[in-house]
Design a protein around this ligand. Structure first.
Ligand SMILES: [Zn+2]
Length: 331
């Protein structure tokens, strides 16, 4: 039995069902990716913690929850004054209609609501204190009529320089004492999380080495795209692009309602046997995360302990090398 280990080890909640609703919430960064119907109803008072929302595109199953979320932030019994930034692909008429509706009906909000249009390859700082973590946008391939965006969470990390990999701790310590930390280790940009929204298979160069790629897989079989809109992805193509991108974990979401949990599990297992991927696969089905190789399923938020989350928050440069060690073992 393989235990489910997500690289970020932190509270993660989400819901996804193609055509109905999709959203993913990351507590560590107080972020929401997309805002499908029911997001506020599921998150309850956690909505007051959300500081940034990143929308992938303007289809209704990804934005229908915005109006309710803003209303609850305005009226509910939580911190009504904390600001909220909503980032979205620029010139998106559908999202701008929601923005207009909210400005007409919620003209006096208790908090500062900002709408921020984004283009491809834009950077948004997440950790203002240390500038260590940021979001970077990339283009996805969904609708021909509107720009759609995916999002990487990127973290500056440190690792041993190549010449020290495999050396004993004693040798490494000695080198640090004699020539300083910067001669032994180097900083690099690690993509720790990728959210792809709705898309045809995303170019693997967009999420190189991501610790966790969230990629839609609306269809399990090529023939199932019967309307042939060519806007969504099929399991086998997603697995191929994930392999090329050398991801550590792949979370599939936006699955079509026609498939049962067992259909999804069986098809993933068949593809794993065929392709022998180097990464772990899990999938978000409704509000539950499933490991196809495991019989246990769980709601996203219960799979992480608070301790793990706090430990992660305290990490500093000194700990980074240790963390890398840990990751090698986990992956
Ligand atoms: Zn869509």
């Amino acid at each position: 039995m393989s235990r489910l280990i997500l690289p970020m080890q932190e509270p993660f909640k989400g819901f996804s069902r193609a055509l109905f609703s999709t959203w993913i919430y990351l507590r560590r960064f107080n972020l929401l990716f997309d805002a499908g119907e029911g997001v506020a109803t599921s998150l309850l008072n956690r909505v007051f913690g959300i500081r940034k929302i990143f929308l992938s595109h303007g289809h209704i199953d990804h934005i229908a929850g915005l109006v309710n979320l803003v209303n609850i932030r305005n009226l509910g019994a939580g911190d009504q004054t904390a600001g909220l930034d909503i980032y979205y692909p620029k010139n998106n008429i559908l999202i701008e209609r929601v923005q207009n509706y909210l400005s007409l009906t919620q003209s006096e909000l208790s908090f500062n609501l900002k709408w921020k249009p984004l283009d491809v390859e834009e950077k948004i700082e997440l950790d203002q204190k240390r500038g260590k973590t940021f979001i970077k946008t990339f283009r996805t391939m969904h609708s021909h009529k509107q720009l759609s965006l995916g999002y990487n969470i990127v973290e500056f990390r440190r690792r041993l320089k190549a010449e020290f990999v495999g050396k004993s701790q004693e040798e490494i310590n000695k080198a640090i004492w004699s020539s300083g930390k910067d001669n032994v280790s180097e900083s690099f940009e690690q993509i720790i999380f990728t959210y792809g929204g709705d898309s045809r298979p995303i170019d693997h160069n967009m999420f190189k080495d991501s610790l966790l790629l969230c990629h839609e897989s609306t269809y399990l079989h090529p023939d199932d795209d019967e309307r042939n809109f060519q806007q969504h992805s099929i399991l086998s193509e997603v697995m191929e692009t994930a392999q090329k991108g050398r991801v550590k974990n792949l979370l599939l979401f936006h699955l079509s309602l026609r498939y049962s949990v067992d259909d999804v599990k069986q098809m993933i297992i068949r593809e794993i046997n065929k392709k022998q991927p180097d990464y772990k696969i899990i999938f978000l089905y409704g509000d539950r995360i499933f490991d196809p190789l495991d019989n246990i399923n769980r709601r996203g938020s219960t799979s992480f302990s608070e301790d793990e989350f706090e430990a992660n928050e305290e990490s500093d440069d000194k700990n980074d090398l240790l963390e890398e060690d840990q990751e090698e073992k986990n992956s």
